[in-house]
Design a protein around this ligand. Structure first.
Ligand code: ME8
Length: 644
């Protein structure tokens, strides 16, 4: 069997913009695919879009577009993002691709003919105004709709079902006999106990919307979006068509198939997918790698919570490599990770600018200074320090490969960083600037310069799967553009050409934390402002909504600048007998002293929140026009008066 590898991401819902959380899977898989190519494996990396279903139909209606036009737009934007992010995929499947739709419809009929799918009746609580079924656990008090609060009624609907119960024992045996099928082990155990608690047959068709693949023999039924979506892993390879060479190569004759998924979609991949494969007599050849979530301080990132971070906002300021690096470095296999701007800037400064960037610029400038830019020979006599560095580098290659093979990307990067730090230490230990003062030490100095250049070459090849541009820049600086990038053949000790080394610019400029945080705070403000402006135009609210806001007159009795943010003021505001602390973004318009004694309007029942580390217990109302701002003031009424 020739060395091969098939890596897949989940296909993303084409319901909107891809945020940094979904980006993680794509970057991690791209890193893994690049690593496998470096190991000499013929690698097929698949990603794509999940474009059917009610959710997408609704998003299209909201955008005033047809579903097809809508998903075309989202798919084009997503492809553009992947191009910018240097995602080197081999296949981009869309569930609206004709060949995918045809295969899924055929497979559904086959499962039906074999009685693995049957027609039955789905019974559940239905909300007429929302046109949705809800499970018992989703319902509100007295079986009301969790979305609109209206009463639901028990409705029965004709539906197709996939026989899960029939395959439960076979699946359990498979999981137990293949301890590496689901990784990490905690997720494997979760799946085992879920199956052991009893599987119910799965409802696999819907009749309440239109946007999806129709069941050919009964076209009022639309195939459930998950059945449709899971088959992408095979339809992309030409399964069940005449052009099925990829299927033969990358599924049937390949023992490195990796489905990488987030923990929220574990059951679909660990239960429904293998059961469908069993029912169709397709060998289960894949390994499931389950990762955690990228969280923000407020919890899981989501558009509706307003805490979503979009990759382009970071890329346009810091470049692709910094974002790729943050993502793959952040999630340990199986656990959650955190996204915060502080952490992003910290990591950028310490790991990219200090450790790596500095090492490269120091080394290149010393080779220029002490060796006229030419890397010395690899045949010079070596010192104990030189030898220990070479040994460390070779060990790092082995350890990094071992981690990456198991998808422990974070650990693999950690190993490589040990080498980067070791080389920085080597410079301090060998002190080339001291050797340079003594002509009799010229050979020692040359040997140090060779070892530095060679260590940089090794590092550049080790980081190539994730720091794609940076790796190229380092190799270019060393004039190693035609280098062999194979990781399985990488060893310390290569000979260099006689061309001069040259670094155009520093790889990463150190960032000023304060400035960066202020930049993001102002971006956030603009976003909120834009959202408010668009809401003001579009959304009409009833008086009952307006009455929810409690507005009162308050008097500012103290005011000072926020210690961590130039644009913010922290005021003490008296409302009746109570004194509140309120943080406002008005420092560009008012000096703290001129606010004392002003009677202003306070949103009194706003939930308290921390703004750059300081608690704010309300909000001061302001009027704004382009770049002007004024606090809304009251002259004659006492503080505590109600505003309505
Ligand atoms: O689930 N952190 O699509 P999707 C880490 N269409 N990963 C995250 C994340 C976060 N904050 N948010 C989302 C679907 N993801 C289906 C897949 S496959 C046959 C069908 C991950 O766009 C999530 O866990 O909602 C999932 O693996 C992927 O992004 C796609 O999510």
């Amino acid at each position: 069997m020739c060395k091969k590898c098939y890596v897949t991401t989940p296909i993303y819902y084409a319901s909107g913009k891809v945020q940094i959380g979904n980006t993680y899977t794509t970057v991690a898989c791209d890193t893994f695919a690049r690593f496998n190519r470096q190991m000499g494996r013929n690698t097929f990396y698949l990603t794509g879009m999940d474009e059917h279903g009610q959710k997408i139909e609704e998003a299209a209606i909201k955008a005033n577009m047809t579903p097809q036009a809508f998903v075309d737009k989202v798919a084009a934007e997503t492809k553009e993002l992947w191009k910018v992010m240097k995602i080197n995929y081999d296949g981009f499947i869309r569930t609206t691709d004709k060949h995918h739709e045809e295969i899924v419809a055929r497979v559904f009929e086959r499962l039906l003919a074999n009685d693995d799918i049957y027609l039955g009746t789905y019974s559940g609580n239905y909300c007429v105004s929302c046109e949705t079924f809800f499970t018992k656990s989703q319902l509100g008090e007295n079986d009301t709709c969790p979305d609109c609060g209206k009463p639901t009624k028990v409705v029965s609907e004709e539906s197709y079902f996939l026989r899960l119960k029939k395959y439960a024992t076979q699946l359990l045996t498979y999981i137990k006999e293949h301890p590496n099928f689901i990784c990490p082990e905690t997720r494997r155990n979760e799946v085992i106990s879920f199956i052991e608690s009893g599987l119910e047959d799965l409802c696999v068709s819907r009749t309440s919307f239109n946007w999806g693949i129709k069941v050919p023999s009964n076209p009022k039924h639309i195939i459930y979006v998950w059945i449709d979506a899971l088959f992408n892993y095979l339809t992309a390879l030409g399964y069940d068509t005449k052009e099925n060479q990829l299927y033969k190569d990358f599924w049937l004759n390949n023992n490195r198939i990796y489905h990488v998924v987030g923990k929220d979609i574990l059951r679909f991949h660990a239960i429904y997918w293998p059961i469908m494969l069993m029912a169709l007599d397709i060998p289960i050849r894949f390994k499931l790698i389950v990762h955690g979530w990228i969280l923000t301080k407020e919890g899981k990132m989501s558009k509706s919570r307003g805490n979503a971070v979009y990759p382009m906002d970071l890329i346009s300021r810091y470049g692709v490599d910094a974002v790729r690096y943050y993502l793959v470095k952040e999630l340990p296999l199986g656990n959650d990770g955190l996204f915060s701007y502080e952490r992003f800037v910290e990591r950028y400064n310490y790991e990219l600018a200090n450790d790596l960037g500095n090492l490269v610029s120091r080394s290149i400038s010393m080779i220029n200074k002490y060796c006229d830019g030419i890397v010395p020979s690899n045949q010079l006599p070596t010192s104990v320090l030189d030898e220990s560095l070479a040994k460390f580098a070779n060990e790092t290659i082995t350890k990094t490969i071992q981690c990456f093979e198991q998808f422990k990307l974070q650990d693999g990067i950690g190993e490589t960083w040990q080498l980067i730090r070791r080389v920085n230490k080597y410079i301090d230990e060998t002190a080339p600037w001291v050797l340079a003062k003594d002509q009799s030490k010229k050979i020692d100095l040359d040997s140090v310069m060779y070892h530095l250049a060679e260590a940089l070459r090794v590092i550049a090849i080790l980081i190539a799967p994730y720091l794609v541009d940076t790796s190229n820049k380092i190799l270019q600086a060393l004039n190693q553009t035609n280098t062999n990038m194979r990781l399985d053949q990488l060893q310390f000790g290569e000979k260099f050409s006689n061309e001069k080394v040259f670094l155009k610019e520093n790889l990463f400029q150190r960032l000023d934390m304060e400035k960066e945080l202020e930049y993001f705070a102002s971006q956030k403000q603009n976003e909120i402002k834009e959202k408010l402006e668009s809401n003001t135009v579009k959304v009409k609210i009833g008086i009952e909504d307006f009455n929810k806001i409690s507005l009162v007159v308050g008097e500012i009795i103290e005011c000072k600048k926020h210690q961590n943010a130039n644009k913010l003021l922290v005021s003490k505001v008296k409302i009746g007998q109570e004194i509140r602390q309120i943080v406002s973004g008005i420092a560009n318009f008012y000096h703290p002293d001129e606010l004392i004694g002003k009677k202003v309007i306070v949103v009194e029942n706003l939930a308290p929140s921390k703004i750059r580390g300081v608690e704010s217990q309300g909000m001061l109302l302001c009027a704004t026009d382009q770049d002007k701002l004024e606090l809304v003031e009251v002259r004659n009424l006492p503080c505590g008066s109600i505003v309505r």
